[in-house]
Design a protein around this ligand. Structure first.
Ligand code: TRP
Length: 333
């Protein structure tokens, strides 16, 4: 960590493997931010429990996998602090304290809360913990007194609540928590294999942990321009599901060539897919190599997490000392 750099905090729930949608939507951004900020990135395993409380045993397995996906994507544990939420008990303490001063009405009107409850209708989310999700999130964030929080659009209401909670704490107890800004990450630039949003529940993703042998048939089966029935029909890269992939993984000159070829029908979808596979091999090569190195050295992964947890804990302890002082809840021993 470098003195004087601004700080950011962000987290992800360990509920499954990450796909290319996460990579281009979130991780590219995180990797870029490492150079500019002191970054705290954490695995939000307690947050995963809000929806997985009935079977929390699966969460544990996803924790190291998530960290592997992050490092494979280019997060550098020398440059950022990577840690696990549940290992820093201070988050739970701050959550409890903030829950005391958070009005119920703020939580009940949260649009993300209403949406998620409807979306996950098969899970009973009528719990105290789920309603308090944003309070836990506020604790994760305020603990590290960050300048900003990189989040997607869907998390904005939560971040606004964090700011409101900070303001209320400051108002009641004196200025302690700066209000963090949102560093908005752009909307996903990559559709799923079938053209819908890339999502685990649609089964239309390419995962960072997949081998090229698993990826190749997926690419060959991808949906292209539906109106292009024969190779001799001209296609339209703007409606084709493959082209956004080329845009992100194939170099610009080649992309221009593909575009021409498609519009002029001098180039078929199978050719286009084969070329995408080549681009992916090049693009995913370093990601796969970094993951393989971690797979072969489990001790390294554990020591990265242990070191990150230590650094996060040290920071959290300092924050909590200040919080307790404000509340006159210092420990005597
Ligand atoms: N709610 C976030 C999500 O679902 C995960 C998260 C938990 C988070 N705590 C956070 C993100 C703090 C940013 C900062 O993706």
């Amino acid at each position: 960590m470098t003195q004087g750099k601004k700080r950011i905090v962000s987290g992800m729930r360990p509920t499954g493997p990450l796909h290319l949608g996460h990579f281009f939507g979130v991780l590219v951004n995180w990797v870029r931010l490492q150079a500019e900020y002191d970054c705290f990135f954490f695995v939000a395993d307690w947050h995963a429990m809000t929806s997985e409380y009935a079977d929390p045993r699966m969460i544990k397995g996803f924790v190291p996998e998530l960290v592997k996906d992050w490092i494979a994507s280019g997060l550098d544990p020398e440059k950022c602090v990577i840690f696990q939420q549940s290992r820093i008990k201070e988050h739970a303490e701050l959550h409890l304290i903030l829950s005391m001063l958070t009005p119920l009405s703020w939580l009940e009107r949260n649009p993300t809360y209403k949406e998620m409850r409807q979306e996950l209708i098969q899970k009973d989310l009528n719990t105290y913990g789920f309603l308090g999700y944003p309070v836990l999130m506020a604790s994760d964030i305020l603990m590290y007194t960050p300048e900003a929080v990189p989040v997607g659009q869907d998390q904005l209401p939560h971040l606004e609540l964090t700011r409101e909670i900070a303001r209320r704490f400051n108002h009641l107890n004196g200025e302690l928590f700066p209000e963090p800004k949102a560093l908005l990450t752009e909307e996903a630039k990559l559709p799923g294999l079938d053209g819908r949003k890339m999502s685990k529940s649609y089964g239309n993703g390419i995962y960072l942990s997949e081998t090229m042998d698993q990826v190749r048939p997926k690419v060959m089966g991808m949906l292209t321009d539906k109106a292009r029935m024969r190779k001799t029909d001209p296609g339209d890269p703007e409606v084709c599901n493959l082209f956004p992939y080329h845009r992100l993984m194939t170099d610009a000159a080649k992309c221009a060539e593909i575009r021409e070829g498609c519009l002029a029908a001098s180039w078929g979808c199978v050719d286009c897919k084969k070329l995408l596979i080549e681009s992916m091999e090049r693009f995913l090569g370093p990601i796969h190599a970094r993951r393989a190195a971690l797979e072969g050295d489990p001790d390294r992964l554990m020591s990265i997490l242990a070191r990150g947890n230590d650094r996060a804990r040290e920071f959290s302890r300092r924050t909590m000392r200040r919080v307790r002082e404000r509340l006159n809840f210092q420990y005597d021993l």
